[in-house]
Design a protein. Structure first.
Length: 292
């Protein structure tokens, strides 16, 4: 499921006031996939940040963005030894070529390597700040995910109740299908016989009705669909890791049973309900894709 969180903190380092901000975006993904965008000076912290995000968020495609306002690198330091040696050599060359001529001190600025990078500070404070800011951002992502999950669970429950109501309609209509077929067969035979003086073979009629009842009996499919709905509901409210794969499998089984039910019944009203059941299953499948 999707989520977004952001947090920031002030980090004082050797007189420099840094402000660190972390943005975390999460979208649905079957596995854990963490990607980090971070300033080059903080590359050493990438592994720790990704490990922390993985423990907090567990799954999904996670994008972590780190931004730092302020100078991360310590101030460069003058290499006094290089400066002295360069100045002495320049002065010796001046004395040799143009004795008495003034020598601008600014000449030293063109000497390469005169300044060296400052000694980096111990990164403990920055590391702790990054962990704290990332943790708060992940907490915000979790909060958004929980809100989305609650809305998703409510929608899934509503769909399941809709399917159960439709199954109840089918149970109510199913017994009348055989009775309607018996009436249709009786009327058809009466029309065929017309004025012919021949008795109606009740035994043959009931035999045909029995065959029809056997072919169109949907009690087994209705029972299995109801059981699958109950199991879907249990998995939805089960604790622990997401059961998206199991829910998706149950939806495949539900679709198979509903297709069989639709193929077996000739009743127009039941066929209409079957079409609505298929629509419910498709909506459930679309929602379950968010938790696969």
């Amino acid at each position: 499921m999707t989520g977004y969180g952001a947090a920031e903190a002030r980090v004082p380092l050797a007189g420099r006031d840094l402000r660190v901000r972390v943005d975390v975006r999460a979208v649905n993904h079957r596995f854990l996939d963490v990607r980090t965008r971070i300033p080059p000076a903080l590359t050493e912290h990438v592994a720790a940040l990704e490990e922390l995000a993985g423990k907090r968020l567990r799954r999904g495609r996670i994008e972590i963005g780190v931004r730092v306002d302020g100078r991360l690198e310590p101030a460069p330091v003058l290499d006094v030894g290089v400066a002295r040696a360069a100045f002495e050599q320049l002065r010796a060359l001046r004395d040799e070529l143009a004795p008495g001529e003034p020598m601008p001190f600014g000449l030293l600025s063109s000497v390469p390597g005169l300044f060296v990078p400052g000694v980096p500070e111990e990164g403990g404070a920055l590391r702790e700040a990054l962990a704290d800011v990332l943790g708060r951002a992940c907490e915000a992502v979790d909060t958004m995910r929980l809100r989305e999950g609650s809305a998703l669970a409510e929608d899934l429950s509503t769909r399941l109740e809709s399917m159960r109501a439709k199954l109840a309609q089918i149970r109510h209509l199913a017994p009348g299908v055989v009775a309607s077929q018996r009436t249709r067969l009786r009327d058809r035979v009466a029309r065929v016989l017309g004025d012919v003086d021949a008795p109606l073979d009740e035994v043959r009629l009931e035999h045909e009705v029995a065959l029809f009842a056997e072919r169109t009996d949907v009690a087994e499919e209705v029972a299995r669909i109801g059981a699958h709905c109950d199991q879907f509901d249990e998995l939805m409210h089960a604790t622990g890791p997401a059961h998206g794969r199991k829910l998706d499998f149950l939806l495949q089984e539900l679709a198979r049973e509903v297709n069989t039910l639709g193929a077996k019944t000739p009743e127009i009203e039941i066929t209409r309900i079957v079409v609505e059941l298929k629509a419910d299953i498709e909506r459930l499948r679309e929602q379950v894709q968010n938790i696969l």
